[in-house]
Structure formats: C-alpha cells, structure tokens
Design a protein around this ligand. Structure first.
Ligand code: HPA
Ligand code: ZN
Length: 323
C-alpha cells in the first residue's frame, strides 16, 4: 500500500473555492459567459506564483467569478470529493466563503443549496462523511459578518460551525467577538485561522475571545512557549497546511516547517491541503511531502491520520470507526 494515500484520514482545513482547478474554471467560464483574463489553463497556472497570502487571495477571489449557479457549486464539490476519496479521505470538514459570492450577486441560498446537493450524496458516492463550516472574511467588517450569519439562518441545519479566513494581519480575532458569540448561541462550533501570517497573540485571542475549539494553521504559536504549553495541555488541534505555507511564503522551504517540532512538543497537529488547486496538491500530496521532507516513519504518519479524526467534529464513536 502507498501509505500516505492509503491511510484513512480526515481533512479539516479545506476551502471549497480553493479546489477550483483551471480546467473546471474555464469550463464554467464558457458555460456562464464569463471572460477570464487568462488565455488558457497554462496561462492561468503560470499566474500561481504567490509572494504572500494577499497575492493569492487576489487571484482566488477573482477566479470565483465563474461560480454562478447552484450546479456550479455542486460540480465543484463533487470534483473535490472524488479527488479526496482517491487520497484516502474518509471525512471532510469543508470551509466556504459566502461573502465572496454574495458580494458578486450570488445569493447565499444558491451557494449552500449547491454545496449541499453534493455533500448529501458524499457518503454513498465517495465514502466520505462531511461537515460544512461557514467562514467570515476578516478583512470585511464585523457588521458584514453579522449580516452573513443572519442570512444563513434558514440553512443552519446544513452548517456545523463558523470559521474566520482571508487577510489576517491587521484583522485580529477580537474584531469578530460579537458574531462568534451569536454563532455559539445558535449551537455552532467555532474555529478560526490564526498565526498563519499573524502573530502568536492572534492564536491566544482566538481561544480567549472567540472561544474557538480548533486553530487553523497556528504556525506562529511556536514563537510563544507558554502558548504552546497551553495548546498541548488543552489539546487544542492545529490544522496545518504545509504546501500552502511554502506557496504563500510563510516559510521558505518545507524543511523549515515547524511540523516536526510541533509533533515533538506534543501538539495535536493535523495535515491538510487548504487550497489544493492552487498550492500543488491534495491532502495525500501534503502527507507525501512531509514524509519525504523529514523521513517520517509509518507510525508518525499514522499518528497524523489518527489526530485528524480526534480533531474532527465527528462524534467519538464515528471518529473511531474512521480510523
Ligand atoms: N488563509 C486565509 N484565508 C484563506 C486561505 C488561507 O490560506 N485560503 C482561502 N482563504
Ligand atoms: Zn485556510
């Protein structure tokens, strides 16, 4: 067995819009009469040279112009699930960015209905259980996040939790205290991106002010030993995305990634793909990359896969079945 691919695993940090492959983008552009500012898929791929998070986000939001109908979101999700299944994913907790669509005139209901139509068939078609996590764009206002939560109310039966993504620096977690309190009152689980480009203090604030159960990325916690101790003690999961960190220049080369040090410190870390169409690989490819970078043993790879179920929002008995 090809170990990383064959290992059953959960993917906990995956932006569905970040699974939009160039071929699908051009097919949707043709179907929807959208003109893309790239001659072809090669030209688009050639633009995937990012200098930081913002340079990626500019392209990522731009390409979303091709996603217009519920069927577009269904097809996008089907394509992700098929690729994920081929890399051993048995459970996926999927982020989506409603404000990136409503700002373009696509209603939130169209987005959620479209995603759900695929997710409802996922167990049966792909053997993957799923959860949906609605993210707020942290470079938009707190009022816009509250309005988004309000607009999502008719669809809360499809949504497990809320997250926080987009440009991090200058947009500390505390900006979203009110919407996270409202989400908690509605029974939603809470996660947030923190410590990707932003400081360790943002990780602390996401825990203390937003009450998150899981930190997305969290790389820079390593600059704060007391915070690391707390994350270990409280078993707060960190959803790492190693290939993303290299592509967005959070680190220079994979060998500089703190993943081995984080495992050594006893942190509950998981390996995920973030935006696989843009960053050079799906979750199995991320597992391959970390195995090759440090010669991780089969037992260490199994530990990472086990962590992904422990860190998931599956109930305990379901999580055990996944392993
Ligand atoms: N970081 C923050 N926001 C994002 C990302 C990311 O890696 N991908 C999509 N939105
Ligand atoms: Zn992310």
């Amino acid at each position: 067995m090809h170990l990383p691919t064959g290992l059953p695993k959960a993917e906990l940090h995956l932006h569905i819009e970040g699974t939009l492959e160039p071929e699908l983008a051009f097919a949707l552009a043709a179907r929807n009469g959208v003109t893309l500012p790239y001659a072809d898929t090669d030209a688009l791929r050639a633009a995937y040279r990012f200098s930081d998070l913002q340079s990626f986000l500019d392209l990522y939001y731009g390409l979303m112009a091709v996603l217009r109908t519920a069927e577009d979101f269904t097809g996008l999700t089907d394509a992700y699930l098929e690729r994920a299944a081929a890399q051993g994913v048995r459970h996926a907790e999927i982020f989506f960015d409603p404000q990136a669509h409503t700002a373009r005139g696509v209603p939130i209901g169209t987005v959620i209905e479209g995603l759900s139509a695929s997710l409802e068939r996922s167990e049966e078609r792909y053997g993957i259980s799923t959860r949906l996590i609605m993210c707020f764009l942290r470079d938009e206002s707190a009022e816009s996040a509250l309005a988004t939560l309000d607009a999502a109310k008719p669809y809360l039966d499809r949504i497990t939790g809320v997250g926080l993504d987009s440009a991090e620096v200058g947009h500390p977690p505390a900006k979203f205290r009110e919407v996270y309190e409202a989400a908690a009152a509605l029974g939603l689980r809470r996660v947030a991106h923190a410590g990707e480009e932003g400081p360790a203090a943002y990780v602390r604030e996401a825990l203390d002010v937003l009450g998150v159960e899981r930190i997305d990325h969290g790389l820079r916690c390593m600059e704060d030993p007391e915070l690391v101790e707390r994350l270990v003690r409280e078993r707060v999961p960190l959803t790492l995305c190693p290939l993303s960190n290299v592509r967005l220049r959070a680190i220079d080369v994979l060998g500089d990634h703190p993943l081995p040090a984080m495992m050594e410190a006893g942190l509950l870390v998981t390996v995920n793909s973030d935006d696989p169409a843009y960053f050079g690989g799906y979750v199995g490819d991320n597992f391959d990359a970390v195995r090759d970078a440090w010669g991780l043993t089969p037992e260490q790879l199994r530990e990472l896969a086990r962590n992904s179920f422990e860190a998931s929002f599956l109930e305990d008995d379901e999580a055990r079945r996944g392993r």
